[in-house]
Design a protein around this ligand. Sequence first.
Ligand code: ADP
Ligand code: MG
Length: 451
Amino acid sequence: MPIHILTPTVAAQIAAGEVIERPASVIKELVENALDAGASQISVEARGGGLRELKVQDNGCGIPADEVELAFERHATSKLHEADDLWALQTLGFRGEALPSIASVAQVVCITRSVSSELGTELRIAGGEVQYREARGCSPGTSISVRNLFYNTPVRRDYLRSDATELSAISQVVQQYALASPDVRFTLLLDGRLALQTSGNGDLRDVVIELYGLEVARQLLPIAADYGEGLEAVHLNGLVSPPGLTRGTRSSMHLFVNRRAIQPRGPLAAVVTEAYHTMLMKGRHPLLVLDLRVHPAAVDVNIHPTKSEVRFRYQARVAGVVGRVVRDALLTQSDAQAWRDSMPTETVQRRFEVRPPAPLASAWNVGSTAWTPLSRWDVGGAPATPAVPAAPAEQPDDHPPLEDTADLEPVRVLEPDEDEAPAQPSALPPLRWWGRWGLHILWPSRLMECT
Ligand code: ADP
Ligand code: MG
């Protein structure tokens, strides 16, 4: 067979195989786009196990009318211009793969209006081909509806699990982003039923209450630390469970690096688990949310198409800080019976500067490798990317608005799969682990690094 260049549609379908494995992958990509667009409200809907319809709508910056088709081209992105930008990334996306991949394996309706335009655009694409385009009135923001996912790739469709399993995976994705962005109001509707509603008030503990309930949330211990400056800076915030509060799987270990969710299995998870050393029974795992921020140039997020793994430039340093801060919180606070606003923070303040979580964009001075001094962080500040509407706007007309659903049924937490093979922290292969991160001895009051 002679060599030839694949058509864009075929190339996008092949790429979709990497990026879009199941309905939850679509939600991940669309939610990331909404966050990158600076949305303060994101509504997610799924029907029929996510195959019949997935919809994500946001009140972010929207797509200008003359760029809507371009957004569905492969390698088309507004987030990256040259290779060096990879080292100053403040966005979750950057590959320009998601929209074309989704549109190549589904029927997509995109309704969007940029803040600076008076009119919006409706674009319909199926199997990678534009079917319909028209200017239309709608509110600023973007709504993307993905229908009949995998309609033209039946094998992939056949490999999906039950509707309930797929909806559960979607729910977990939304929960992750809600934890990573407490300042964004998330709504999740599964088959028309309200499954999650966060307030978007910026308080991480409130999101935890929403997901795990008040009893769990009040037991969690706060952690907060700022170490170093510039490229070597490491900032950590979050909540960790005391040793008595554990789970049978790692699915409640929520790890975020620069707001990106990281698999709870790699070296970072190992460091956290090690901080609980001797405190956990075999096969038990902590429940925690770690919001780790490092300089964009000190982390490589371009390892995997789904970007769920990262590599640090200063792995040993990051590991040292994370291990030390978590261990310290456990040793100094874990006898706390009840959580009160002031109590745990004071304990931590003895040794670490405490600060509230800050939006990523305001935390970094991307023009240089300099770390923006803490005092100048704009804690309530601007979202990650382009111009954002000043106030939450109404949603595009033909979709339900991001209405206040607080009076509907309360949120249900989807329990983690208890059938996951139990990990055994104390059985970590010490040589390999230490070899990867350098040898650190965790001591209650100091971290010793042995080279
Ligand atoms: P990437 O996110 O890697 O840039 P995508 O294919 O996901 O690639 O999106 C392509 C482009 O479309 C984005 O770079 C962005 O400019 C635009 N876009 C996608 N979704 C949205 C959204 N919800 N709001 C505003 N712009 C969006
Ligand atoms: Mg994207």
